[in-house]
Design a protein around this ligand. Sequence first.
Ligand SMILES: [Zn+2]
Length: 290
Amino acid sequence: MSTFLSAELYSGALAAVGFCFGLLIGSFLNVVILRFPQQLYRRWSVESQDILGIENKATEESAVTLAWPASRCPKCGTRVRPWHNIPVLSYLFLKGRCASCSASISAQYPLVELLTATIIALLAYFYGATATTFYSVILACCLIALAGIDLKERLLPDQITLPLLWLGLFANINGVFAPLPDAVLGAIAGYLSLWGIYWLFKLITGKEGMGYGDFKLLAALGAWLGWELLPLVIVLSSAAGAIVGVLMIIIGGKDRNLQIPFGPFLSTAGWIALIWGDNMITWYLSAFTF
Ligand SMILES: [Zn+2]
């Protein structure tokens, strides 16, 4: 009885630490989602000007980094005070408005913080201090950043998707999530399957259904999960994407050619497959075999 209690206490304490840690990481992910695309656009613009032989107009001082400048209200430009920058609590205390001009603050901030904190707390609770928790936390953070950037900018940066692929293969050297051969095949099959769907769609309709970032993200998920779970990821993400697309056309009155970013669906489906994939496939096989 007492060992059971102390084990429960230990898991609870780990979860609490994970939650607080997750709030801080979520706060950092908000900065990544906001600023990393800006940095990329700036770099691409400088490189394009170099190639075209145009004198660079952007000066070094205007370069934004993840750490500089300090956060400001986008409307009135007032610097965000440290006590107005506490994850979730500040948002609630300020009732979602800037302290000086009361412009509304995007709900993205507390949502990303709460989502990250909840995921890390649950991982710490169920998997304890293990390699599974360590790698899953990194994967979750990268997927949240990718989903956020894709939602806002329709972009899945190589700087996140490609290292994520290598890290998945690295974790699976010791088979943390899948045997290494399955992971290597998963990376290849992940890329090729969406690449094939892309070209098929393009040949039939003449339109581009998704971007190369989507292929790289599914390759990365294949490296983490192994090839066996890829059909589940594709089915879940396409079904969810189709449902949301139809709802947006019916309820939101959006037009048929509306482009919906696929990255958030791939990220969510990949995460669900990582945690529940094996159970879902076992259930499916037992329900449909006689
Ligand atoms: Zn303001």
